[in-house]
Design a protein around this ligand. Sequence first.
Ligand code: CA2
Length: 150
Amino acid sequence: MTANKRILVLNGPNLNMLGVREPDIYGSATLGEIEKTVRATATKLGLELTFKQTNLEGELVSWIQNARFQTELIVINAGAFSHTSIAILDALQLLEIPIIELHLSNIFAREEFRHNSYISKCATGVICGFGAAGYNLALEAAAQILSEQD
Ligand code: CA2
C-alpha cells in the first residue's frame, strides 16, 4: 500500500519558463499544467504530493535539507544545477530516502556538458527524454519503490 506516502517534486532553474520558449526541446506544457497532471496521478496512486520550483541553488539545498523528516521520496529535476552543483549532491546524500532524478529532455543526446549529472551519483533511478510524461512516470516509479518498502 502506498496510501499517505509523501512525495516531494522539486524543480530547478528556468523550469518556470516551460511552455514559453523552446517547445521543440521541452514541450509546450507549462509547469502549472504539468503540476495539475501530476496531482491527478498522485491522487490516483494514493500519494501526497508537494510540488515546488525555484531558480535559486541555495533554496533547493534548504528544501532538500528540510525534506529529511517530511517526505518518503524525492523526485528532482534540478535543471542546469544537475550538471554543476556539488552542493545539491551533498544535500541529497544526507537524505536516507529514495531519489528519482528527472529530466524532460534526453540529456545524453544533447551537448556534452549535459551528459554528466552530479545528481545521478546518488539517484535511485533516472528518467529522462519523455518530456512532461516523465513526471507521471516518476510518480509511477515512486509508488512502486514505496510499495516494495512496505
Ligand atoms: O531536460 C531537462 O529537464 C533539463 O533538466 C532542463 C534544464 C537543462 O539545463 C538540463 O540540461 C535538462 C533547462 C530548463 C530550462 O527550461 C526552459 C524552459 C523554457 C525555455 C527555456 C528553458
